[in-house]
Design a protein around this ligand. Structure first.
Ligand SMILES: Nc1ncnc2c1ncn2[C@@H]1O[C@H](COP(=O)(O)OP(=O)(O)OP(=O)(O)O)[C@@H](O)[C@H]1O
Ligand SMILES: [Mg+2]
Length: 586
């Protein structure tokens, strides 16, 4: 129970701060509630008035009461959509804002979080947060509030007409309400499990879709079809279990309701027989008893739906309440137009906080003077990409520090830091938009001339011009419509356009044929001109013109020098170089 209330408190505090702040939403709530109370006061009174008039054969009075009844119903009928329209305007406004601010939280969440959660799940959580939130606010006003009022208000009137019947009705209603809450509590674990299954399964489906090529290439479609069937059947099975429990609870509720109704009807007859109430009072009590019963019926269904909606919002709070590990400092140091001197001082780093034996780096130090072109080589898994991620502060070091122009990167805003570093990751990341948009990502306001220069520098112009829609060609999800080398050239063009004082290329030319790579390498002089550059490459020929080359092994810097000096040293780099020359010769 306590867990349930904590959930409600979390969701409602949030909804109050967002939707509750809109005057349109608040106005629509007030008007709707006033309208409902008027209806609750007026309609039963009109009915009992008509019956009272008819019982003394006063037809004139009965007609007047009917007329009043119709006029009132019509007024409410016309006003209701107007009220909902006003509310809808406010809700739409808040819906847009809340999705926006939720998304801004999501998009700035630690990169590690995205590595640990499936994209399909995060997409579902985002959609459900927005949809269920607005649905909850609407249902609360249009239905749940009505349900609660149609129980509470009649109770007050019955108490006023006859205290004895009133207290009995109050006690019976309380029994029903407690029952509904208890029933919902019993269903709650099923709801949580459903949510977990839904989250897991939507994540799995999206994972299959994004890896469709792997699935199809190993001809294992049937395995995945079977898995999705199995997942759907798990969901259906859970729903059946939930339905069994729900059916039993509904049957018991029906029984309690009939008893409730019987007791009240019997009491009304009893009290009228004893002269405690007259015909008008009796009709009023009976009409209101029916209203309470209808309310209690809806209460159970409403509660069920309400808890489903609340539950659908819960995954979003993982993001909203999450404390990021990588945060901006309270008073960030200004960080613009940096020179680009990089100092990595005694850095230790791990991806697994609880396992210090799995550190990627231990006391790693490196000084890269401003404007130096640094080549980084090393075996797979040595820590080259990790080093670049530390520089971009996608991950924080556990000891030591990284300084750019003498400023610790933890003292500046992450966006300021990353604006100073053009980064081409090991896997080129492209959006499902045009080539133009993909390149402009780093500088949306760039001129056409800059765009073309960037394309030329990355040697992408030739192939882009040959595409049917040229620079406006759509590249497909993650760039699937381009070849590996073409994707890399687009990613390089994006980095060139960013024109930042520091540039990091992590295996940025690995997918290029050696001829294209040679051409890009020749243009490195232009691309890297005046910048501090870190170029990671497995193909050593890419790096032979660099000012300096370092070799990393198991997170340790084991060789450091120019291409020539390292060859002279005849160490690991020289051995790698000879091996690659042999391969190329073969
Ligand atoms: N997000 C992550 N979570 C956990 N471990 C990681 C993560 N990314 C990398 N690692 C681990 O850190 C170590 C260094 O990886 P890194 O990607 O830096 O290697 P690399 O030198 O770039 O290799 P490659 O040449 O294959 O690109 C590896 O053991 C890798 O498994
Ligand atoms: Mg790597």
């Amino acid at each position: 129970m306590v867990r349930n209330f904590k959930k409600y408190a979390m969701v409602y505090t949030h909804l109050w701060a967002s939707y509750g702040a809109s005057w349109r939403v608040r106005t629509s709530y007030c008007l709707q509630i006033i309208g409902r109370i008027c209806k609750l006061i007026f309609l039963p009174i009109a009915v009992s008035l008509i019956i009272a008039r008819l019982s003394v054969l006063d037809f004139e009075g009965a007609y007047q009461a009917v007329f009043l009844f119709v006029a009132f119903s019509l007024t409410l009928g016309v006003l209701s959509p107007v009220i909902k329209y006003v509310g809808m305007l406010g809700e739409n406004e808040v819906y847009r804002d809340s999705i926006g601010s939720y998304f801004s939280r999501l998009i700035t969440t630690d990169i590690e979080y995205f590595h640990s959660n499936l994209a399909g799940y995060l997409t579902t959580a985002t959609r459900q947060y927005g949809d269920s939130g607005v649905q909850l606010v609407r249902s609360l006003r249009d239905r749940y509030a009505n349900t609660v009022l149609s129980i509470l208000f009649p109770l007050v009137v019955i108490l006023w007409v006859d205290v004895v019947i009133g207290f009995i009705a109050l006690a019976l209603s309380l029994v029903q309400v407690v029952y509904v809450l208890w029933a919902s509590y019993l269903i709650s674990p099923f709801r949580t499990q459903s949510r977990e299954l839904y989250k897991r399964n939507s994540g799995k489906i999206a994972d299959v879709i994004s890896n469709i090529l792997a699935v199809r290439s190993v001809a294992k479609e049937d395995v995945y079809i079977q898995r999705v069937r199995q997942d759907a059947s798990d969901e259906a099975e859970l729903f059946t279990k939930r339905y069994h429990l729900q059916a039993k609870l509904i049957a018991l509720r029906e029984f309690i309701t009939v008893v409730f109704f019987l007791i009240l009807l019997w009491l009304v007859v009893e009290r009228m027989h004893g002269g405690a109430i007259g015909i008008t009072g009796a009709v009023l009590v009976m009409t209101y008893t029916t209203t309470i019963l209808a309310g209690i019926y809806s209460l159970s269904d409403d509660f069920d739906e309400h808890d489903d909606l609340v539950d659908k919002m819960i995954p979003a709070f993982e993001i909203l309440n999450r404390n990021n590990k990588i945060t901006d400092p309270a008073s960030p140091v200004p960080f613009e137009h940096v020179r680009g001197e990089i100092q990595i001082r005694d850095v230790s780093f791990t991806y697994h906080e609880k396992r210090n034996d799995l550190n990627v780096f231990n006391n790693f130090s490196l000084h890269i003077p401003q404007g130096q072109k640094l080549g980084v080589v090393g075996l797979s898994g040595a820590g080259k990409s990790t080093l670049t991620k530390i520089l971009l502060r996608f991950n924080d070091v556990i000891a030591g520090g990284v300084l750019i122009d003498g400023i610790d990167i933890r003292e500046v805003k992450q966006t300021d830091l990353r604006r100073q570093i053009a980064y081409v990751p090991q896997e080129p990341i492209l959006f499902h938009t045009s080539i133009k948009e993909n390149i402009l990502l780093s500088r949306p306001d760039a001129s056409d001339e800059d765009l073309h220069n960037a394309l030329k520098a990355a040697h992408a112009m030739q192939f882009v011009e040959r595409l049917p829609d040229g620079i406006d060609s759509i590249v497909g999800e993650r760039g699937v419509k381009l070849s590996g080398g073409q994707k890399q050239r687009i990613a390089i063009a994006r980095a060139v356009l960013q024109n930042s004082p520091i540039i990091i290329l992590d295996e940025a030319t690995s997918a290029l044929d050696s001829q294209s790579e040679q051409i890009i390498k020749d243009s490195f002089a232009e691309i890297l001109k005046g910048k501090t550059a870190i170029v990671v490459a497995h193909r050593l020929s890419t790096l032979s013109d660099m000012d300096r080359i370092i070799v990393i092994e198991d997170g340790k810097l084991i060789e450091d020098g120019t291409h020539e000096s390292l060859l002279e040293k005849n160490g690991i780099y020289a051995a790698m170089w000879k091996r690659q020359l042999r391969h190329e010769g073969e």
